[in-house]
Design a protein around this ligand. Structure first.
Ligand SMILES: [Zn+2]
Length: 305
């Protein structure tokens, strides 16, 4: 039975982590089950799901496996399409191989059946954020740093998704919606723009503040995201500022008194935050990730005056 590859992440995103499910189901899977007798070809997706060795996956991808495009054309899987499966199933070795061997080609736009529509953004960064694949996201950022020019980097990091399926959101919006602090820091540290607005006119900061106001769940994690985000926003331009000013009691409680005064524009940021901004501007992202603990408190000391 043919499954539209786009369904892999657009539909399953509701039902938890498919890679864990896949691993459990697949323990007894024999290689023969990967053979598609109808097309006389091996199937790449279940082979990646079962974390088969890299050499075998590349053998299957380049010689045996096909997927069907809508016009009925059989296509071999490109490195970029294989990387999407590596992301979904967290096959880190395969992802590393694809990125090292094919560099930016592994981050190229996949064929039409892997996208929602012609306006879809290149999906890899957003898929990494959605599935919280921090290690593969880091590998992808390293590839961008080594091999992409400024235009490619900007496109991959700050491109808005299509209006209907993706709400015009960037990967950073998604990282804020899902409260994934490591992803927020990786994206910002590599140059994702925090001022891009989605279809509703919201910046990633707006999305995060909405998440904070909607539920108390994961509040600590959301505050870590907030701490990272504001470090990379020297000008606090965002839509929710009016809402903050109109409900000072609520927002002081939600984000803390100091952060509230600062986000609503009533006082400058604390000296600590001002120093950290300079630090983030002047150190490389590797150094940023290995900052000592006292410089990386959970919420970047937003509440400290
Ligand atoms: Zn679309």
């Amino acid at each position: 039975m043919f499954t539209h590859p786009y369904c892999l992440w657009s539909v399953r995103q509701e039902v938890g982590d498919p890679s864990t499910q896949g691993q459990a189901e697949a323990q007894d899977l024999q290689l023969s089950e990967l053979h598609d007798s109808q097309n006389n070809s091996y199937k790449l997706p279940p082979a990646v799901r079962d974390l088969l060795p890299v050499w075998l996956l590349e053998d299957i991808r380049t010689t045996e496996a096909f997927h069907w495009e809508e016009e009925g054309r059989a296509c071999a899987f490109s490195p970029s399409e294989a990387l999407l499966y590596a992301l979904v199933h967290d096959h880190q070795q395969y992802a590393r191989h694809l990125l090292q061997r094919f560099s930016m080609h592994a981050l190229a736009m996949p064929s039409a059946s892997f996208r929602c529509c012609a306006h879809s953004a290149t999906p890899h960064v957003a898929v990494a954020v959605r599935y919280n694949r921090k290690n593969i996201l880091k590998m992808m950022m390293d590839t961008l740093k080594q091999s992409a020019d400024e235009g490619e980097k900007k496109l991959l990091l700050s491109q808005r998704g299509c209006a209907h399926a993706e709400g015009g959101k960037t990967a950073l919006h998604l990282a804020c919606d899902l409260a994934r602090p490591e992803c927020v820091l990786l994206l910002l540290g590599h140059g994702a723009c925090p001022y891009v607005t989605d279809r509703a006119g919201d910046t990633p900061l707006d999305c995060l503040l909405q998440q904070i106001s909607q539920s108390d769940m994961d509040m600590r994690t959301k505050r870590v995201c907030l701490g990272y985000l504001v470090l990379f926003m020297p000008a606090l331009r965002f839509r929710m500022r009016t809402e903050l000013r109109e409900n000072p009691a609520l927002w002081s409680r939600l984000v803390g008194e100091q952060a509230f005064l600062w986000l609503s524009g009533q006082s400058p940021p604390s000296l600590f935050v001002q120093c950290m901004r300079n630090v983030t501007r002047s150190v490389s992202d590797e150094q940023l990730e290995s900052l000592p603990d006292f410089l990386r408190p959970p919420d970047f000391r937003l509440h400290q005056s």
